[in-house]
Ligand binder design. Structure first.
Ligand code: NAD
Length: 260
């Protein structure tokens, strides 16, 4: 990744998936810039960015298109080009990440879709203008897009739309040699995940029933992201790549799995 420049969006703290990806990219020699949501996160993101040798730390709330424009305008003042972008952003009212999907409100449905789905398209739209052939865009999804998972509700619907938009974006940008992919990560204890009902139970279930008999870490996700963001993934686009200890291939509870 030496000589490559990448924007990391969605870093909240050192538990964030964005942190695992940023570290893997920095260790491989990439130069990084970071965006953060709101002043409260600025003081957390700045020292983390510094640890990876970056002093480009810019505000961006993806629910506001002026803010997304301002992010890319500022980035252009620092860099004349961009090789990769990581979008590790999702949000929904946690009151609706428990109970029944059927009870989802229209306001939360549109807000969840806006922040968790449209924002990736908005980011790619702007990133594309700074990218040359070889550019790579990556977002984060979850198996709740493909199968019903307890409490994931409207986020599952949003992730399904996000995965579909990855395919459409891949077709649009492929003609210019720019790739667009998603990683479908297994459950990881982060700030965002703590809003999901019974998350500890979901983690245990995955640990006991996935082929690798463990949960994945942000380091696991970081290594796979490095492959998709670097030239190692040069032939891969429009893909949703599972980094979930194999959980998505399993059809039923493992015979040796303890009862939980
Ligand atoms: P996290 O809480 O560390 O990161 C979520 C980030 O989204 C935060 O940095 C937050 O500031 C940002 N964000 C939310 N609303 C925003 C807005 N309006 N503007 C800008 N930023 C905004 O949690 P995480 O688990 O690292 O989440 C990263 C991504 O990974 C999310 O898309 C999440 O759905 C996805 N994911 C998480 C898991 C998991 O189990 N943790 C599994 C699969 C996919």
């Amino acid at each position: 990744m030496k000589g490559k420049r990448g924007l990391i969006m969605g870093l909240a703290n050192d538990k964030s998936i964005a942190w695992g990806i940023a570290r893997a990219c920095a260790e491989a020699g990439a130069e990084l810039a970071f965006s953060y949501q709101g002043d409260a996160l600025k003081k957390r993101v700045e020292p983390l960015a510094k640890q990876l040798g970056s002093d480009i730390v810019l505000p961006c709330d993806v629910s506001d298109m002026d803010s997304v424009d301002a992010l890319f305008d500022s980035l252009k003042e620092h860099w004349d080009g961009l090789d990769f972008v990581v979008h590790a952003i999702g949000f929904s009212d946690k009151g609706e990440l428990r109970g029944r999907y059927v009870d989802t409100t229209r306001d939360n449905f549109t807000m969840t879709m806006d922040i968790s789905v449209y924002s990736f398209t908005a980011v790619v739209q702007r990133a594309e203008k700074m990218m040359k052939p070889g550019g790579s865009c990556l977002t984060m999804t979850y198996y709740g897009a493909e199968r019903v998972m307890p409490h994931y509700n409207v986020m599952g619907v949003a992730k399904a739309a996000l995965e579909a938009s990855v395919r459409y974006l891949a077709e649009d940008l492929g003609k210019d040699g720019i790739r667009v992919n998603a990683i479908s990560a297994g459950p990881i204890k982060t700030l965002a995940a703590s809003g999901i009902g019974d998350f500890r139970y979901i983690m245990k279930w995955n640990e006991y029933n996935s082929p690798l008999r463990r949960n994945v870490t942000i380091e696991d996700v970081g290594k796979s992201a490095l492959y998709l963001l670097s030239d190692l993934g040069s032939g891969v686009t429009g893909e949703t790549h599972h980094v979930d200890a194999g959980y998505h291939v399993v059809g039923m509870k493992a015979v040796d799995a303890p009862d939980i």
